[in-house]
Structures are given as structure tokens and as C-alpha cells.
Design a protein around this ligand. Structure first.
Ligand SMILES: O=C(O)CCC(=O)C(=O)O
Ligand SMILES: [Fe+2]
Length: 349
């Protein structure tokens, strides 16, 4: 059987969905969905401004709350983060302009391999029964730091993404510092191991068009993200779900907040204290959904394993070590259908 490439760019799903007579999901998208998910009003909310307070009591309270959120949920809603709403809106409109470009313009960014710094198209996933299906989503992914790569059109994209990625990188760094404080890790040690000055940052935007049969297709199947902290904002249309205590929970975000999840390298580095939360994106019949995702990692060259002081406390390392760029590329091509595959491979029995 000819193998289907994960990065194939056939046609924008958006154009397919726009064709007015589309009543059913074509079979190549078929994915058996378990759409049931609970609502939750107890998702942790972290006040970023309190993490950087001068008052040590307020600061240490906020750091404790962050540690608890990362350990219990692996997920939180970040408020008072200082990113202007206008910048977020500009990021949505610039990415939307990109998705509205003609296919021929976007197809030049069809990825040939996992290491291409700009990737655009559809994404095919192969499950354990060797069945391949296409995700109900168009995407653009790019490497934003330490080198910044960006499509040439629309012209506004470069400037907006440079600013959005720089500001989110600053926030991520502060969160890494706060969680390190919470675990009593020395700043110098963390800087040396994770090499945050050359933090490898990935930007992604996902467009999920309305889907005639939302329970027959999936936007992104359950997975965890590479990196330390992933930041996600969306255009007000719900669709993100996270796994917690064996249940799926719907996640929504208050106006102007950022949804943050702990990612694989944070789980590994903290020797399992922080949980890289499994999540998925479901689609709906009525409204187009756009999400903007920034995966904030350590340096590409950082070899990430459990932090030595934590291994000493725990008497053993629960994970193997791997160079971050190798992890990212392996995860990108790997089928994502079984969730935590690569992270599970890193676990020491
Ligand atoms: O669009 C979403 O809500 C989820 C996106 C996501 O998980 C990802 O891009 O890794
Ligand atoms: Fe994700």
C-alpha cells in the first residue's frame, strides 16, 4: 500500500466545506469520535501579574497556585498577562488573511519533511489499525525563534507574528522561572539545562471549518504537545477539550485570557510533577473556529531529562533524556491518534 504522507496538501478543507452542497463528511476524514465531554467551572485561573509582584507574600501565593495547577490539571487560564487585546485581534486577522489566500499561494509551503520551518496544509494521521484519516482542519506552522520564518503573504503577517511570539516567549520564560522557584530549582541550573535564551518556539494556527457531521471527523485527535508551556487563544468558538481524572472537559476562555497547558518537556524536566495534559480539538456544524497556538520550548539543542536535584529527591529518574529538536521532529511525523505515544516511550518502567 502506498504510504500517505502526513504533510500532504490536497485542498484547503475550508474550500471543501464552503462548497454549499457538502452534506456529509467524505470518507477520508472518518474518525470515530467520542464527543461527550463535561463542563467544568473549576479550571485553575492564574493571575500573571501576581507572579511578578514585588510583595513576596503575593508572589509566593501565586507561585504555589501555578505549581498546583501544573500538578493537578496540567492546564490553567492565564489572566492579567499584559498582551494587548489589539495584538491578539491583529494576530487573528493576519492569520485569517493567510488562510484566505488562493491555494496555489499556500501550497508553496506544503511541507516535505518534519524539519521544514514553515508547513501548511492538511494533516493525515495513521491509527494503530493502519487506517489513515485526514484532520478536519487547515493549518500553518512556523518556527518563530531563535530564527523567525514566515510566509511572505499577507505582508502584515510578519510584523504581527514577530510581536506576538516575542511577547508570549517573555511570558513563557516567566512561567518557567516561577515553576522552577516552586520546585526549589536554582535559576542558574535551569538556565544552563534548558538554555532559555535560545528557546525554540513554534507558532501554529488551526482553522476548523464548519463540519456537516461533527461526530464523524476530528479537528485534532487526543495528543500532548512538545515543549514547556503551550499558549492557546481562539476566536470565541469553543472546541478545545482536555483530559482530567479520566474524563474529558470542555474548555472555554474568558475574554482576553490565554489557555496554557504544561507540555511534555515540563513533565519530563520535573520528573513527572507537572502533567502534560492530553487534549483534542472537536469541530462543530455552525461556526468556523480558529486557534492560535504557541509552543514554547527549551533550546533545540537542550538535552531534556529529569532535573538532577529532583531525581536526587525522588531516588530515581522516571524519564529518559532526549535532545529537544529530535523529540519535536519525531512527534510531528508520528501518528497522534494514540495520545501520549512519544512521552510514554520516554518513561522508564
Ligand atoms: O485548536 C485547539 O483548540 C487545539 C490545538 C492544539 O492542540 C495544537 O495545535 O496542538
Ligand atoms: Fe495541542
Amino acid at each position: 500500500m502506498a504510504s500517505v504522507q502526513p504533510f500532504e496538501y490536497d485542498t484547503a478543507i475550508k474550500d471543501l466545506a464552503d462548497s454549499s452542497n457538502l452534506k456529509a463528511v467524505p470518507s477520508k476524514f472518518n474518525f470515530t469520535n467520542e464527543p461527550s465531554a463535561l463542563s467544568s467551572d473549576s479550571l485553575p485561573i492564574i493571575d500573571f501579574s501576581a507572579l511578578t509582584e514585588d510583595d513576596p507574600d503575593k508572589r509566593s501565593g501565586a507561585i504555589r497556585a501555578l505549581g498546583k495547577a501544573c500538578q493537578e490539571w496540567g492546564f490553567f487560564i492565564l489572566v492579567n498577562h499584559g498582551i494587548p487585546e489589539a495584538l491578539m485581534n491583529a494576530t487573528f486577522s493576519a492569520t485569517k488573511e493567510f488562510f484566505n489566500l488562493p491555494d496555489a499561494e499556500k501550497k508553496q509551503y506544503e511541507a516535505k519533511s518534519a524539519s521544514d520551518p514553515i508547513k501548511c496544509g492538511n494533516f493525515n494521521v495513521t491509527n494503530t489499525s493502519n487506517q489513515t484519516f485526514t484532520l478536519w482542519r487547515d493549518y500553518l506552522k512556523l518556527y518563530a525563534h531563535p530564527e523567525f520564518h514566515c510566509p511572505l503573504k499577507p505582508a502584515v503577517l510578519r510584523e504581527v507574528l514577530l510581536e506576538y511570539t516575542e511577547r508570549t516567549r517573555g511570558l513563557a520564560r516567566k512561567l518557567v522561572e516561577a515553576i522552577s522557584d516552586n520546585l526549589e530549582l536554582e535559576k542558574n541550573y535551569v538556565d544552563e539545562v534548558l538554555k532559555m535564551d535560545s528557546s525554540f518556539q513554534l507558532f501554529a494556527t488551526n482553522l476548523y471549518p464548519p463540519c456537516p457531521q461533527p461526530d464523524q471527523a476530528i479537528g485534532i485527535p487526543p495528543h500532548t504537545d512538545p515543549g514547556l508551556f503551550t499558549f492557546l487563544i481562539h476566536n470565541g468558538v469553543a472546541g478545545l477539550q482536555i483530559e482530567h481524572d479520566g474524563h474529558w472537559f470542555k474548555v472555554d476562555s474568558p475574554q482576553n485570557s490565554i489557555l496554557v497547558n504544561a507540555a511534555d518537556q515540563l513533565e519530563i524536566f520535573t520528573n513527572g510533577r507537572c502533567k502534560s495534559v492530553k487534549h483534542r480539538a472537536i469541530v462543530n456544524k455552525e461556526r468556523e473556529r480558529i486557534s492560535i497556538v504557541v509552543a514554547n520550548g527549551p533550546s533545540k539543542e537542550a538535552v531534556v531529562g529529569p532535573a538532577a536535584p529532583l531525581v536526587e529527591k525522588d531516588d530515581r529518574a522516571l524519564y529518559r533524556s532526549m535532545k529537544y529538536i529530535e523529540y519535536v521532529e519525531a512527534q510531528l511525523v508520528k501518528s497522534r491518534v494514540n495520545g501520549k505515544q512519544i512521552l510514554e516511550q520516554m518513561m522508564i518502567d
